[in-house]
Design a protein around this ligand. Structure first.
Ligand code: FAD
Length: 247
């Protein structure tokens, strides 16, 4: 997997601070102070003024589908309709590769399946089958090339979901690589962000959190925290509703 930064908004902190001041945040605050306020209080719309564009290569089609689920982004992917895929390279899950030092039967079966797909694709092309038809024999592991642009608000959402240990390993690796790049550009924003548990202070994964979660002992479950005040809060909500709806 290769991740390169193609473009990033320059002087974004000042841009965000300026936008926030226009919206009414006190002009006395420093740009850094405003960033803290925006990220901590989740007044995130001003962060949409900063954009990152990444060039991402040697990722699987399976990962590109997961990336595409992030709708608040601009996506461009290599086309299997217009590009030749003979002799394609492909993703091998690290866990599979590490089994028996990469010599195990599992990885052999996997690689044979890739070779068979490549052979079928090649034969179809030799028989004059168009790329747009032949491509259906290609596997999800096929390497693809991708360009994605996201604003920082959307990136934060992406990191919160995909840096979580419950995200699939390939997209988690991508998220980590992107995070490192973003952190180098805008540490004042990104140092406040990681998975949902770290960022929010409670983990919405609740009981689904696996033992591999590094924050399991540190960050409480959302259910636990909410459970402590929920009944009392419900009564308050009912009173609030009455105030507005019942004369
Ligand atoms: C651990 C994990 C497991 C997952 N498993 C599955 C799965 O089994 N099947 C599956 O299909 N997906 C799965 N997903 C993908 C997930 O459901 C989301 O599609 C994906 O994470 C994109 O998140 P998003 O919608 O917040 O991002 P974006 O699409 O970028 O949206 C950003 C935010 O904009 C708002 N928004 C965007 N579109 C709308 C809309 N139409 N209406 C209202 N608000 C909107 C929401 O607040 C949203 O959080 C999984 C994700 C994770 C992290």
């Amino acid at each position: 997997m290769n991740v390169k930064l193609l473009q990033v908004t320059e002087k974004g902190i000042n841009l965000v601070a300026e936008a926030a001041r226009i919206s009414g945040v006190s002009s006395i605050q420093t740009a850094k102070g405003i960033i803290e306020l925006i990220t901590d209080n989740d007044y995130s719309s001003a962060l949409e003024h900063i954009h990152f564009t990444f060039d991402i290569s040697a990722i699987s089609v399976a990962l590109s589908r997961e990336l595409l689920e992030h709708r608040i982004a601009s996506h461009t992917a290599r086309s299997t309709r217009y590009m030749e895929e003979q002799g394609f390279s492909y993703y091998v899950p690290r866990e599979l590769e590490e089994r028996e030092g990469g010599e195990g039967e599992e990885v052999r079966i996997y690689r044979e399946a890739m070779a068979r797909a490549d052979e079928a694709y090649m034969k179809l092309r030799e028989l004059g089958v168009a790329r747009e038809q032949a491509r259906y024999v290609l596997p999800m592991a096929l390497h693809t090339h991708y360009v994605v642009t996201m604003n920082v608000r959307s990136l934060i959402n992406f990191f919160m979901l995909r840096l979580c240990v419950r995200a699939s390993p390939e997209i988690r690796e991508l998220a980590m690589r992107m995070y490192k790049i973003c952190m180098a550009e805008y540490p004042d924003i990104l140092s406040r962000i990681w998975c949902r548990g770290f960022t929010l202070g409670v983990c919405p994964e609740n009981k689904a959190r696996p033992n591999t979660c590094p924050f399991k002992k540190l960050v409480p479950e959302k259910r636990e925290v909410k459970g402590e005040f929920e009944q009392q809060a419900r009564k308050i909500i009912e009173k609030e509703l009455k105030k507005f709806l019942i004369k």
